[in-house]
Design a protein around this ligand. Structure first.
Ligand code: ADP
Length: 581
C-alpha cells in the first residue's frame, strides 16, 4: 500500500513530464519543418517573380521608351530581347516570345537562336491558352513538363504601358532546374530534406540530382497535399515510410499559384534522437526513483507493520484468555510506547481475570456448604422427621428442593470451571474399561431416562479396548453428554452409544434423536456459558457450563470432543476420542 501510494504519483508525474517533453519536442520539430517550408516557399516565389514579372517589367519599361519615339518597331523588340538574353540577368528562360494582340508571334528568341528564329518558324498563337490567359491580364503558369534540360513550365504575362493598356503578350519556357540549388541548400539537421512535386506527384526538384521519375502520389501525404491540403503544425504532422523505406516525420504545404506541393521529410531516427536521449535518461531516473521508493517503503512498512502484527497477535492471545506473553517492540517511537501501554493493559486484564476467578471460586466454595445443608434439612422435612406437614407444604418444599438441586449443579459447575482455569483440575489417568463406566452412568440416569421416555442402547465392540482416562472424570463427561441427550430430547426418543477405533484412539459416539442444533450453535457449543436459545430449549434449565467442562477434561486427558447435527430438530451426535491403553 505504502509503496503504491508513493509510486503511483511518481510514475504519473514521470509520465506527465515525459509526455510534455514529447509534445513540446514534436511541436519543435513541426515548427522547424514549417520554417524550412516557408523559407523554400519564399525562395520559390522569389524565383518565379523574378523570372515572370521581371521580364514583364523590363519589357514594359523598354517598350514604353520606344513607343514615345513613334511606336514599337520590330527592331526595337529584337534589340530589347537580345539585350535581355545577352545580359547577365539570372533569368532561366529557354525561350521567350512576343505575341501581338492578334495572337501572332512576332519574334521568338531561344538559347540556340539568341538572335531570333527565322520568320517561317513563328506561329499563330491566337487560340492557345497561354495567349488568351495573358491577354485577359492574367499571369499564366502551365503544368510542369519534363525535358532533357530539366523540368519546365510555360509562363505568359501581359505587357502594359503606364496607363495599363496591354500592347503585347510575352510568353516563355522557363527552366526550373535552378530549384535544385534551393533544395540542396535547405536541409533539416543532417538527414532532413525537402522536395517539390507537381500536381500529379512528379518530383520537380529535391530528392537528389536524379529524382525518381515516377509519381509519388501514393507516398505519405503527397496525394492529399497536391489535392490542396496543408500539413503545417503539430496536429497535421505526419509519420510514414519515405521513398527509401525510412520512417520520417513530415510536413507539407500546397502552393495554390502553381498547384505544386512542397514536402519536408525528416527521418524520425534523427528528429527523435534528442528526445530519445532525454526519454531514455528520464526513464532511467524514474526507474531509479521507483526502485528507491519501493525499497524505502518496504523498509518503512516493515518497521510499522511488524510491530502492528505483534500487537495483533497479542490481542488474539488476550482474546483466548492467555496473558502470559508480553509484547516486545523496540522501535524507539510511539509504536514502542503503544506496545508498552499494551503490556500494561494486559497485566491489568490478567489481574482482573485472576480476581474474577478467585471471586467465583470463593463464592462457589462458600455457597456449597449452605446449599448442601439446605438439601439435607429439606429432605428431613420431606421425610416427616421434623413432624407431619400438609400436602401443599410438601409441594412447595419439593419445588424448593428442585431449585436447590439446580443451585447445587451451578455451584459444582462453577467450582469445576474455576479449578480448570486455575489449572487445578486434577486428573489421574489410568487404563480403564469404558464399558463399565458407561454401564454405571446409564444406571445412574436410568430413572430420568425412563421418566422422559428415552431409550438408550449401548453397542459394545466385540473386543472393546481399554482406554487411558481418569475414571471419575470419564464418568463426569459421560453423565454430561448422556444427560444432555435426555435433557434436549424434546420428548421421547432414542439414544445410541457406539464406538469405533481410529489409529490408536477409541472414539465414542452418542447419537440422539433429539432437538439437534443449527450450524452456528455447533460452532459455539463448547464455549463457556453458551446455551442454544430456541423456543424449545428456553424452558430447559441449565448453566451452559457442562460442555465447557467436558472439553477441558477431555483435552487434559489427551482426547477430543466434538458435536455434529444436521440442523434444528434433526438430532445430534456428540463424540469423544480417548487414547487406547
Ligand atoms: P446446559 O445444558 O447447562 O445448558 P451445556 O454446556 O451442557 O449446558 O450445553 C450447552 C447447550 O448445548 C445447551 O444449552 C443445549 O442447548 C445444547 N445441547 C447440549 N447437548 C445437546 C443435545 N444432545 N441435543 C441438543 N442440544 C444440546
Amino acid at each position: 500500500m505504502m509503496a503504491l501510494v508513493s509510486i503511483v504519483p511518481i510514475i504519473v508525474a514521470g509520465f506527465l513530464t515525459i509526455w510534455s517533453i514529447v509534445v513540446s519536442h514534436r511541436e519543435n520539430v513541426a515548427r522547424l519543418e514549417g520554417a524550412v517550408i516557408e523559407e523554400i516557399y519564399s525562395e520559390l516565389n522569389g524565383f518565379m517573380y523574378n523570372n515572370v514579372n521581371a521580364i514583364r517589367i523590363i519589357i514594359t519599361f523598354e517598350n514604353e521608351a520606344a513607343r514615345k519615339e513613334g511606336g514599337v518597331q520590330y527592331k526595337d523588340q529584337v534589340n530589347l530581347v537580345t539585350r535581355f538574353f545577352g545580359s547577365n540577368t539570372p533569368l532561366n528562360f529557354e525561350e521567350v516570345s512576343l505575341i501581338s494582340l492578334e495572337g501572332i508571334e512576332t519574334v521568338r528568341f531561344t538559347k540556340d537562336y539568341p538572335s531570333g528564329v527565322s520568320f517561317e518558324d513563328l506561329r499563330d498563337q491566337s487560340g492557345v491558352y497561354k495567349f488568351t490567359a495573358a491577354k485577359s491580364r492574367e499571369n499564366y503558369v502551365s503544368d510542369v513538363y519534363y525535358t532533357l534540360r530539366g523540368p519546365m513550365v510555360t509562363v505568359s504575362a501581359p505587357t502594359t504601358d503606364k496607363e495599363g493598356n496591354i500592347f503585347f503578350v510575352i510568353s516563355g519556357e522557363l527552366n526550373l532546374s535552378y530549384f535544385k540549388n534551393i533544395f540542396k541548400e535547405k536541409k533539416l539537421g543532417d538527414a532532413g530534406y525537402a522536395y517539390l512535386v507537381d500536381k500529379d506527384g512528379f518530383v520537380i526538384a529535391g530528392l537528389g540530382d536524379d529524382p525518381p521519375m515516377a509519381s509519388l502520389k501514393n507516398l505519405g501525404l503527397v496525394r492529399s497535399l497536391v489535392a490542396g491540403k496543408n500539413f503545417i503544425g503539430l496536429e497535421k504532422q505526419q509519420r510514414y515510410k519515405n521513398f527509401f523505406g525510412e520512417t520520417v516525420v513530415a510536413a507539407g504545404k500546397f502552393l495554390p499559384e502553381y498547384s505544386w506541393g512542397l514536402v519536408v521529410e525528416w527521418p524520425a531516427k534523427e528528429a527523435d534522437a534528442t528526445i530519445n536521449d532525454i526519454l531514455y535518461k528520464n526513464i532511467l531516473v524514474l526507474l531509479a526513483v521507483v526502485v528507491g521508493v519501493v525499497f524505502a517503503s518496504v523498509i518503512l512498512s516493515a518497521r510499522i507493520v511488524k510491530p502492528i502484527r505483534k500487537l495483533e497477535q497479542g490481542t488474539e492471545r488476550i482474546a483466548e484468555g492467555r496473558f502470559e506473553e508480553e509484547i516486545k517492540i523496540k522501535t524507539g517511537d510511539e509504536i514502542q510506547e503503544l506496545g508498552e501501554a499494551f503490556n500494561k493493559m494486559m497485566l491489568g486484564l490478567k489481574r482482573l481475570e485472576e480476581l474474577k476467578d478467585e471471586f467465583v471460586f470463593i463464592a462457589a466454595h462458600e455457597l456449597r456448604t449452605p446449599v448442601a445443608a439446605m438439601k439435607g434439612y429439606l429432605s428431613l422435612i420431606l421425610d416427616g422427621t421434623t413432624g407431619v406437614i400438609g400436602e401443599k407444604t410438601k409441594d412447595f418444599i419439593r419445588k424448593v428442593v428442585h431449585a436447590n438441586d439446580r443451585l447445587v449443579q451451578l455451584v459444582n459447575d462453577l467450582l469445576e470451571v474455576s479449578r480448570s482455569e486455575a489449572g487445578k483440575l486434577t486428573i489421574k489417568v489410568s487404563s480403564i474399561d469404558l464399558t463399565g463406566a458407561i454401564h454405571d452412568v446409564l444406571t445412574e440416569l436410568e430413572k430420568m431416562a425412563e421418566e422422559k421416555g428415552v431409550e438408550i442402547i449401548h453397542e459394545v465392540l466385540p473386543n472393546m479396548p481399554k482406554v487411558l482416562a481418569d475414571p471419575d472424570r470419564a464418568k463426569e463427561v459421560l453423565v454430561n453428554l448422556v444427560g444432555n441427550t435426555i435433557k434436549y430430547m424434546g420428548g421421547s426418543g432414542k439414544v445410541n452409544i457406539f464406538h469405533e477405533v481410529e489409529g490408536n484412539m477409541l472414539i465414542t459416539h452418542i447419537k440422539d434423536t433429539g432437538l439437534g442444533m443449527s450450524e452456528e450453535a455447533q460452532k459455539k457449543l463448547f464455549e463457556k456459558f453458551y446455551r442454544v436459545a430456541t423456543d424449545k430449549t428456553r424452558e430447559i434449565t441449565g448453566t451452559g457450563l457442562g460442555l465447557f467442562i467436558v472439553k477441558e477434561i477431555m483435552e487434559k486427558m489427551g482426547g477430543k470432543v466434538w458435536a455434529y447435527s444436521e440442523g434444528d430438530g434433526k438430532g445430534s451426535t456428540f463424540s469423544f476420542s480417548l487414547p487406547m491403553a
